[in-house]
Design a protein around this ligand. Structure first.
Ligand SMILES: NC(=O)c1ccc[n+]([C@@H]2O[C@H](COP(=O)([O-])OP(=O)(O)OC[C@H]3O[C@@H](n4cnc5c(N)ncnc54)[C@H](OP(=O)(O)O)[C@@H]3O)[C@@H](O)[C@H]2O)c1
Length: 306
């Protein structure tokens, strides 16, 4: 089958290529999914799990991409809860071959059924961004109605979903990003937009939570905005500059079938609209890792037509 693979850790995105690799083997409790649409994270070539398996052994050539939507074509020994022919979407394991492939082996528990009226392209934009936004703001950050949250990178993959979920619970949302992201963020429902290159961070005033997808100096300077008892939640790396009297949280997203189903329901009833910025084919995936033109939201790789 065809897949995008990487072999050379030093080559960056130039090391990505379309390759013929063996069809995956379904381990215990796995399913094989025929991938219809896949998502990836630009920075994943820097993740140790892209290069090593759980035992720390070199696992190259490895297939990147950890978000998928498709159809179950095979069950592993002992697999329950899903059936052959079922539409599913979810997250593939960080330390195994991923979703930029015609077929992928995934633990069944990391997938949720995909309702018939949700398109694979939209579903593939949801798993990591949706779970990360939910877990960060509500499970870790405990954002509640009436509170104010500053969401950095509000027009990006995670940020655009975070904005919509925060609005839905009744939080006041300040979104940040580049000047070109202002209209996208306002369209998502932010109450105010902060242009990170032109506006002063301090103008935001106190907030109950900062949800950070950018890191670095922008995150460090945001710690001082968190009011007593609030939280700075980052998904980029461990927080170094903490709020004076608040929590500092870094976490890595975890698969959650129930929450995935819940997010899909939001898409069905129109409460949540993932932004699909660009749709590319599998051979176009290497170029999509380093686009010559920026687009808001997620880039989706369409692998198999319905
Ligand atoms: N911990 C976890 O479990 C977890 C889960 C998912 C993602 N992540 C990480 O979270 C980060 C964001 O992921 P994503 O998928 O949301 O990425 P994304 O779609 O690229 O979104 C990031 C957004 O922030 C903007 N941005 C970045 N630097 C900026 C700056 N200096 N000034 C203004 N705007 C800036 C980006 O604009 P430009 O495109 O113009 O730079 C983009 O709109 C990545 O590092 C990813 O690896 C972590």
């Amino acid at each position: 089958m065809q897949a995008i693979t990487v072999r050379d850790r030093t080559a960056g995105v130039d090391g990505l290529s379309l390759t013929e690799i063996p069809y995956p083997r379904a381990a215990e409790n796995d399913v094989i999914v025929r991938v219809h649409a896949a998502g990836f994270t630009r920075g994943e070539l820097d993740w140790p799990a892209t290069w090593s398996d759980r035992a720390g052994r070199d696992r190259t050539p490895s297939v990147p991409g950890h978000e998928l939507s498709g159809v179950v074509v095979e069950l592993g020994f002992g697999t329950t809860g899903l059936t052959v022919g079922q539409r599913v979407f979810g997250v593939s394991d960080w330390t195994r071959n991923g979703s930029l492939a015609e077929d992928v082996a995934v633990e069944a528990r990391n997938l949720a059924p995909l309702p018939a009226d949700v398109d694979h392209t939209v579903a593939a934009a949801l798993p990591i961004s949706g779970l990360t936004a939910w877990q960060g703001m509500f499970d870790h950050g405990r954002l509640a109605a009436g509170q104010t949250v500053l969401i950095h990178g509000a027009a990006g993959g995670v940020g655009s979903i975070a904005v919509q979920l925060a609005r839905e619970v009744g939080a006041r949302v300040i979104g940040s990003g580049r000047a070109a992201d202002r209209e996208t963020a306002l369209g998502l429902g932010v109450d105010a937009f902060l242009d990170l290159q032109a506006d002063q961070l301090d103008d935001v005033g106190e907030v109950d939570m900062v949800f950070d997808v950018i890191g670095g100096d922008i995150r460090d300077r945001s710690a001082g905005l968190v009011r007593a008892g609030g939280a700075l939640v980052s998904i980029v790396s461990p927080v170094e500059v903490r709020p004076d009297d608040g929590r500092a949280i870094f976490f890595v997203v975890e698969p959650d079938r129930g929450r995935l189903a819940d997010l899909a329901q939001r898409v069905r009833d129109g409460r949540l609209k993932p932004i699909v910025g660009a749709v590319r084919t599998l051979p176009e995936a290497p170029a999509a890792f380093a686009p010559d033109r920026r687009t808001p939201g997620k880039t989706i790789i369409r692998v198999t037509e319905d």
